[in-house]
Design a binder for this molecule. Structure first.
Ligand code: ADP
Ligand code: MG
Length: 562
């Protein structure tokens, strides 16, 4: 085939494909336009999962009569005028592509009236061709009706999922924008049925509660941090309130919902060791910074952004979340208690903040973490420690608690230098496979930092000279096997992550086991050490170290209170 210039209709369809992938993309673009138009009220209706019909109406500034056809031209926007503007975008839209793209692949009716003009306009456009334009009477604001999406691009239609899936995608977008713009009244209807109507509220938290329910809303912890011109605020879930996927790690950058990898990574790093494997927190975080610090023009649908100082953003998000977690009260204890089969239902109630004496009065500034001083009463099943606190009965898992204590101690020691190594009186020779040998070689520096001194001894054999001092009494062979397993399972991650993993394994092995009888002194020592921890509520693998049974609840359960 000879080379030809594509006809303009086809060019428009190709371009539209980048912006409009599915009904939810239409909803997203129209809602963004309504928000950019300063609307305080936005109504979204769909039929057939948005394929048959999408209607978005707003009470924003409207489009002046003379500009209506232009709004549907490609690269036509009222939001940018000079090249420099591209680097200080403060609106959601700026590419001037959305309306053109939608009109290229659907039948569109636009009814609008500028708040500055007495008469409104109705424009009908189909597959990019204007069919009709006429003046109409209507209140200020805009109504866009998009019908028969992809009617002229049957190939696209085939890629659409079922009606339910497309509807859920629309719900997702509306939910995100409703969250980001709590002062805007959002109404959503599918096939005539109202899904929600969210009146304007001043506090983002009230919108969150309206969308996600009071239970989650009340459990969430507030985040607020500001440094170097970057502001981070919002809500995160406490350890124990978690979910099986990353879907609810939600970020708004200057009011735009963005889906990137760096921000969730920063949050997850802050939760490190606080959640069990495969569990993820909830996070709704707003990041605000000067528009010239963030490039929003990196993705056709504008769902990704690029930060000028992405390390700086990572650090502040990580620090904000970490600080909130450290200073917060751990709710999870109760949720776990509630899930006990047959146990009395203790309603969720946070452990009171800060160290307190036995009368419940806060104690002045020891260096500890928020655990109150605990009086050890005894041990049950050679596994759990019973203790009394100012505000109730505590049960500690001795292994989990000891793991946490060791983990924080070893992490602190490692910051200072290598962990103490215990040289073996008789070095142990162990046969290894070639790939195991190379793993050990690759990680030699890291291993020595942790106290493992392991040298090649012939092509297929290594000599273990020393192990971390805390493991001195363990069986060397099984310590070594576990080490190899850890190395194999984390071939690629960053060195920091591998080291933390190895330290966790060391702690797991070195910590007192369930089934081990402890003396009163040993238990007291362990409890004191846990009180000194920064994150005393979970073991380094994210399981709880202690449960609390509040005294008031006990009284109620025994019928002592009216
Ligand atoms: P962009 O949002 O990138 O500017 P669009 O194609 O989405 O491009 O919209 C083109 C222009 O149409 C906008 O710049 C704006 O001036 C106008 N417009 C679109 N929707 C609305 C609306 N709901 N209210 C007021 N003006 C609108
Ligand atoms: Mg737009």
């Amino acid at each position: 085939m000879p080379i030809r210039i594509l006809d303009p209709g086809l060019v428009a369809q190709i371009a539209a494909g980048e912006v409009i992938e599915r009904p939810a993309s239409v909803v997203k673009e129209l809602v963004e336009n309504a928000l950019d138009a300063g609307a305080s009220w936005i109504e979204v209706e769909t039929e057939g999962g948005g394929r048959r019909r999408i209607r978005v109406a707003d009470n924003g500034c409207g489009i002046p009569m003379a500009e209506v056809p232009l709004a549907f031209a490609r690269h036509a926007t009222s939001k940018l005028s000079s090249p420099e503007d591209l680097f200080r975008v403060t609106t959601l839209g700026f590419r001037g592509e959305a309306l053109a793209a939608i009109a290229a692949v659907a039948r569109v009716t636009c009814r609008t009236r500028s708040s500055e003009e007495a008469l409104g306009t109705e424009l009908r456009i189909e597959g990019g061709k204007i069919l009709e334009q006429r003046p109409i009477a209507r209140p200020p604001g805009t109504e866009m009706v998009v019908e028969d999406l992809f009617f002229n691009t049957p190939a696209r239609l085939k890629f659409l999922k079922g009606e339910g899936t497309e509807r859920r995608q629309i719900d997702l977008w509306i939910t995100r924008y409703a969250l980001a713009y709590p002062h805007v009244h959002f109404i959503l209807r599918h096939s005539g049925r109202e899904i929600f109507s969210l009146p304007a509220v001043r506090e983002p938290r009230h919108r969150l509660t309206a969308l996600y329910g009071v239970e989650l809303g009340d459990a969430l912890l507030e985040v607020a941090e500001e440094a170097d011109g970057i502001r981070v605020y919002g809500w995160i879930s406490p350890p124990g309130v978690d979910r099986p996927d990353r879907q609810e790690l939600v970020f708004f950058v200057n009011g735009r919902w963005v889906q990137d990898r760096m921000l969730p990574a920063a949050v997850l790093q802050a939760y490190h060791t606080l959640l069990p494997g495969g569990r993820y927190p909830w996070a709704f975080l707003w990041v605000e910074l000067s528009p010239d610090q963030v490039d929003v023009n990196v993705h056709p649908a504008k769902i990704e952004v690029r930060f000028r100082d992405s390390d700086g953003v990572f650090r502040i998000v990580q620090r904000a979340v970490h600080r909130t977690l450290r200073e917060s009260t751990p709710v999870p204890v109760f949720q776990r208690v509630e899930t006990f089969k047959g146990a009395p239902a203790f309603p969720a109630q946070p452990i009171s903040m800060g160290p307190r004496d036995l009368a419940g009065t806060p104690v002045e500034e020891s260096a500890s973490s928020g655990l109150p001083p605990l009086r050890v009463i005894g041990q049950i099943q050679a596994s759990y420690i019973i203790a009394e606190g100012p505000d109730g009965l505590y049960l500690l898992d001795q292994h989990a608690a000891h793991e946490r204590v060791l983990y924080e101690a070893l992490q602190a020691q490692r910051q200072e230098g290598p962990l103490p190594a215990q040289p073996l009186l008789e070095p142990v020779l162990i046969d290894v496979l070639p790939e195991e040998m190379s793993l050990l070689e690759e990680n030699r520096g890291l291993l020595e930092g942790l106290g493992f001194h392991i040298e090649p001894f012939g092509p297929r054999r290594v000599r273990v000279q020393a192990v971390p001092a805390v493991l001195a009494t363990e069986a060397i062979l099984s310590v070594f096997q576990e080490l190899l397993l850890d190395l194999q399972e984390s071939r690629r991650p960053l060195e920091g992550a591998l080291e933390a993993r190895l330290i966790r394994s060391i702690c797991k092995r070195a910590a007192v086991k369930a089934g081990q009888v402890l003396s009163m002194e040993q238990m007291q020592h362990l409890v004191r050490a846990l009180e000194q921890c920064t994150m005393p509520w979970t073991c380094p693998h994210g399981r709880p170290t202690l449960l609390r049974f509040p005294i008031g609840q006990l009284a109620r359960q025994f019928g002592r209170e009216a």
